[in-house]
Design a protein. Structure first.
Ligand code: MN3
Length: 204
């Protein structure tokens, strides 16, 4: 059975950029609901509890048809949120570091261009979803966005940074102003974690 993973910091740790109340609801209620939904689905095929969640998401077609949508939505919700908590830190912000920082400059020209492109992907995601920076099969960085709780891993990409643009992630503080939330979020991007994610994926 899956349990709610603990948040790597206190609910108020990302203030003033993300208020404690949002973080508490987002973690204790929303992510918990995804955990519960995933457990309910996997109970029908308990052998799948043995498989790492990321492996289920990598190959959703291999998941039994009767729970495929539930694993996609709830499993994605569990995985994405744990990923999201880790790519944020109040000591973050500024510019990307290390090899991933260099790769961002190499692929996008400079940090400002990259920031603008990822922000646009986040802003223009219609309805609920995510914006991502991923490594593709050739090792190149790509920006994308997904609907709902879909993760790029299901389409052969390996995410190193992700931004939740569901209204539950910002509405209590930013109301309808998703753009303001996105701008604020750049102040708490944990570039050290992005670098760790990148090095793991490229095998260094
Ligand atoms: Mn969320």
């Amino acid at each position: 059975m899956y349990n709610l993973p603990s948040l790597p910091y206190a609910y108020g740790a990302l203030e003033p950029y993300i208020e404690a109340q949002i973080m508490e609801l987002h973690h204790a209620k929303h992510q918990q609901a995804y955990v519960d939904g995933l457990n309910d689905a996997l109970k029908k095929h308990p052998e799948l509890f043995e498989k790492p969640l990321i492996d289920l998401l990598k190959d959703l077609n291999a998941v039994p048809a009767d729970i495929q949508t539930a694993v996609r939505n709830h499993g994605g919700g569990v995985y994405n949120h744990t990923f999201f908590w880790n790519v944020m830190n109040i000591k973050g912000g500024g510019e990307p570091v290390g090899k991933s920082g260099q790769a961002i400059v190499d692929v996008f020209g400079n940090f400002e261009v990259f920031k603008d492109k990822l922000s646009t992907a986040a802003r223009s995601r219609f309805g609920s979803g995510w914006a991502w920076l991923s490594v593709d099969a050739s090792g190149t960085l790509v920006i994308s966005s997904t609907a709902n709780q879909d993760n790029p891993i299901s389409t052969g990409l390996f995410p190193i940074l992700g931004l939740d643009v569901w209204e539950h992630a910002y509405y209590l503080q930013y109301f309808n102003r998703r753009t303001d939330y996105i701008s604020a979020w750049w102040n708490i991007v944990n570039w050290k974690q992005v670098e760790e994610n990148y090095l793991t994926i490229i095998g260094e």
